[in-house]
Design a protein around this ligand. Sequence first.
Ligand SMILES: [Zn+2]
Length: 494
Amino acid sequence: MRWFVRPSLLIAPVVGALTVAGVPAVADPPGKPSREESKNVILIIGDGMGYNSVDVGSLYEHGRSMYQSQEDNPHLASDGGRSRATQVYQRFPTQVGVETGYVFSQPYAAIDAWASPRHATRDNPVERLNVTDSAAAATAMSTGVRTRGGYLGWDRDEQPLHDMVDLASEHGMATGVVTDARFWADTAAGFAVHTEDDDEHGVIEQLLFHEDLDVVMGGGHPAHNNDGTAKESPYHRYVPEDVWAALNGGPAVEGLPEWTLVTDRGDFRALGSQGAARGNRVKEMPTKVIGLPQSDGALFHDRPGDTEIPFAEPMAPNIARLDEMALAALNVLDQQSDQGFFTMIEAATIDGAAHNDQLGRQIEDQVALNDTVEAAVKWVRQNSSWEETTIIVTADHETGNLWGSGTWETNEFQPITGAKGEVPAAEYADYTDVDPDDPEQAPHYHTHQLVPLYAQGPLADDLAAVATGYDEVHGDYLRNIDIATVIRSAIATD
Ligand SMILES: [Zn+2]
């Protein structure tokens, strides 16, 4: 059982926090968080973030990786070096895998995922139908129900499901969805709307007119281009003209909540720093915030310039970053309700870049996710505590079958290697989305690999306890629907 040695070393001082199947848990030390005290849930999702996405980010940032050692993964063709935790979430007490299925998926255990690098991709005939999209995966994590591809908060028969925002707001909690994609992207929408993702205008309308959501943030600013510059005139294909006017102080639109519109990067920062800077709650915080950073598109994926070398193209100075949006959201939500809050925060371009063979952009967004988790951890320490707030960091699925260079050609798992500040030697070993008639089509698709989940706070033990599956490399794993079940049962017992 050597696979369990590594995570337990990382959390050596926290006796009993790691639940290992078959090993009785040690009695809780005094003061250990329990789910009775659970108040806030911060769910941070890296769209398309497999274990190897975490590692390309860590190699670029620190020159170290966590999942490339042959000692930990005997399937690797050669030794990629020692496993080293570098991210704050790699020190969280619960670290398990997640099976990312949807309604047509076979259980992960039914596939020999380590038989070859293509076994958990759609190259494997058994896997053809097994690979989820982001809509169904978000719905699974939000509602606890597996549904069809493209369905957001709908069951397989198009009936609305009770989503996480519905449940949390019924229990008096504040709720928010934050993404660095456009604000109506699938992962955020799966927590708050009921329709299918082809119905883009329906998704936008449900979010803008949502009765319960307190915070909605993401790209899709009608008056800015993807590089942050102002458009000659606003583009109203997505955010309708009358709604935009109302958000900017014009005539009211019937049914539209009284949103405070935030678009200026300085305003995001001010909202994000107030609570933390003063160590107490700020009185004049807005109550319902729609945050649109000054970009029409996804903040990383759609910006112009080099996509190979991370940050070769400088970030536009006026576009708010994901960690700044996240801190603003946490402060707004925290002062909203004594019953706590639920928020989903998504780094979306890990997926979008992987589809499009843009490792540099994927690393940029992986770094953004890492920064966001650090900001959220700091926020918990300064404004809350690990007794009342849980942070969960996970993914909806892996994208692109990212492995070390040479994996596709040799058909063996090659480790990803690299040095600090350099682009790691990695490649996308999935070509199941290649369309010979459309060279513009993104070549890489999602896989059915396990993805990581890291948790700290009162729900961390519960998440470890439902990880009843076992993978020979990644150890214990749970199903995406179990994430919903754990969060929902904690909310419902409040
Ligand atoms: Zn995708």
